[in-house]
Design a protein around this ligand. Structure first.
Ligand code: ATP
Ligand code: MG
Length: 483
């Protein structure tokens, strides 16, 4: 027997306000992105119907829930509703259908009926509301102010759509309709949220990290940006650029006073980003700065930064409070990864200037070697974000435990044990290395996969076959219990 099919009605947001031409183009892009999303998430056998004013996506019943979750993450979609579709001849057909579909749902509850109508009919919307409401009142109680169930009916000529749910989409504009920018990312909460806000308005992104902390900084940032893109970048193929900034930082630290490090470092990032943007042909960069959040982002310092910007800098978080940023990070799914990164990778300088003098900044910059910056950009590593090759992280991470490997649990003694693992707490690791067998492969597990990453790298450098379990114990225990 053929599987039942379900229909999802998709409401398009702001793009319906565009001129016909623009709207056509935007809708086309939305369709592309939407299909890319459904394909990427393994929804099979779907059908998309474009009826200009709205879209319909038909899926096998067993995949309705998943399809909803995916469609909620396609920019340009204002909301969606699972609908019952019917063709009718008379108003009585609507009444009967409503009873059949919703008698059980409104039973013993309060409800209201709301009708929207397009086309020529021998009845008004309010006639349908009264008739259907009257029939359903045999089961539930009408409450127009604050109903528990809202039965909505959209009538178009001889077709009617019934629904009781409106699921919010992200809104915004289809990703890619507003061109492309380069987002500066560093693994914290802010840059991922800033990137999301730009994408919401249709701007596709490539990403750049100025690496200050070696492979761990890359890992943290990649984890966050990949998490972001797995959920939201449908229809685009972002490139990730890693620029090794360690030589630049070293130069800065030897030639300039500590209180100017943060600000000048940021200006150097702006310059390098502009250089890269020009090279890859994008017109602007995006950052996660917000007025007054930290010393390099005081209002005065932002103006001093802006002076170093050779391409336009967009700062979608400019007016956001930290709490608003955190809330949004939770909503878009990057909170947990960013929190794990923040917990582990802290880079701070003491007593930074909060009201930099631009003249002084320029003088200090004179002392730096400008070639280092050009060289760093030139020697960057660029790779597709989605298919980042394992060697960008030095082949240290694994996502399963290979046959014959010994699990080394490097968490604290108080943590509940992992079955079959040997416990060596990270702070005792150095002394324990002598007891390890170089002929055995080891998989190190810590809380979230950062400390184990560092320790496994050290072991590899000592000649061991050591790996780090991506995602750490949180990931492992979740998968053990579901196996
Ligand atoms: P995040 O945005 O990752 O939370 P943060 O708030 O710790 O970073 P700040 O030093 O406050 O970073 O910098 C603000 C913005 O500057 C970041 O949002 C990001 O866009 C950019 N930025 C900072 N450090 C880097 C870096 N190492 N590489 C690329 N961009 C960076
Ligand atoms: Mg910040």
């Amino acid at each position: 027997m053929a599987e039942e099919r379900r229909t999802l009605l998709i409401r398009l947001g702001e793009l319906t306000l565009k001129s016909k031409r623009v709207r056509q183009r935007f809708t086309l892009r939305l369709l592309q992105n939407l299909k890319a999303a459904l394909d990427a998430e393994g929804i099979r056998d779907y059908r998309v119907i474009n009826e200009w004013s709205r879209l319909f996506v038909e899926v096998p019943e067993g995949q309705e829930k998943e399809a909803r979750e995916v469609l909620r993450r396609v920019f340009g979609i204002a909301s969606l509703s699972p609908v019952e579709v019917m063709y009718f001849r008379t108003i009585r057909d609507l009444e009967n259908f409503a009873e059949q579909m919703y008698a059980l749902l409104v039973d013993g509850r309060t409800f209201a009926v709301r009708v929207k109508r397009v086309g020529r009919h021998p009845f008004r919307s309010i006639d349908v509301e009264r008739l259907v409401g009257g029939r359903l009142a045999r089961y539930g109680t009408v409450d127009l102010e604050n109903p528990e169930v809202l039965v909505e009916i959209e009538i178009r000529e001889h077709q009617a759509f019934f629904f009781v749910e409106r699921i919010a989409g992200p809104g915004g504009l289809p990703l890619g309709t507003e061109g492309k920018a380069l987002a500066l990312v560093s693994g914290g909460f802010d840059s991922a949220v800033a990137a999301w806000l730009m994408m919401k308005r249709g701007v596709a992104l490539d990403f750049v990290l100025f690496n200050l902390g070696g492979p761990l900084h890359l890992k943290g940032t990649l984890d966050v940006v990949q998490t972001l893109c797995r959920r939201w970048c449908y229809g685009t193929d972002p490139v990730f650029h890693e620029v090794d900034f360690r030589a630049v930082v070293q130069d800065l630290h030897t030639r300039v006073k500590e209180n100017y490090w943060n600000l000048i470092l940021k200006r150097l990032m702006y310059r390098a980003a502009a250089r890269l943007a020009r090279e890859i042909g994008v017109p602007a960069v995006v950052t996660g700065e917000s007025i007054g959040q930290v010393s390099s982002q005081t209002f005065v310092n932002l103006t001093v930064l802006e002076e170093a910007a050779e391409v336009p800098v967009f700062r979608p978080l400019l007016t956001y409070d930290k709490q608003e940023i955190i809330d949004l990070a939770r909503r878009i799914g990057t909170y947990e990864v960013s929190a794990a990164v923040a917990e582990y990778c802290q880079l701070v300088a003491r007593h930074p200037v909060t009201r930099a003098n631009p003249q002084r900044v320029r003088e200090l910059e004179e002392r730096l070697n400008p070639e280092l910056l050009a060289r760093a950009v030139k020697e960057r590593r660029s790779f597709p974000l989605r298919a980042a090759p394992a060697e960008v992280l030095g082949n240290v991470e694994v996502d399963t435990v290979p046959e014959g490997a010994v699990i080394l649990d490097v968490r604290r003694r108080a943590d509940p044990p992992i079955p079959g693992a040997r416990r060596i707490p990270a702070d005792r690791f150095r002394e324990a290395v002598a007891t390890l067998d170089p002929s055995v492969p080891y998989v190190l597990v810590c809380e979230s996969g950062y400390r184990s990453f560092e320790l496994a790298r050290d072991l590899q450098q000592k000649g061991f076959r050591a790996y780090s379990l991506k995602g750490g114990a949180r990931w492992l225990l979740k998968h053990m219990s579901s196996a």
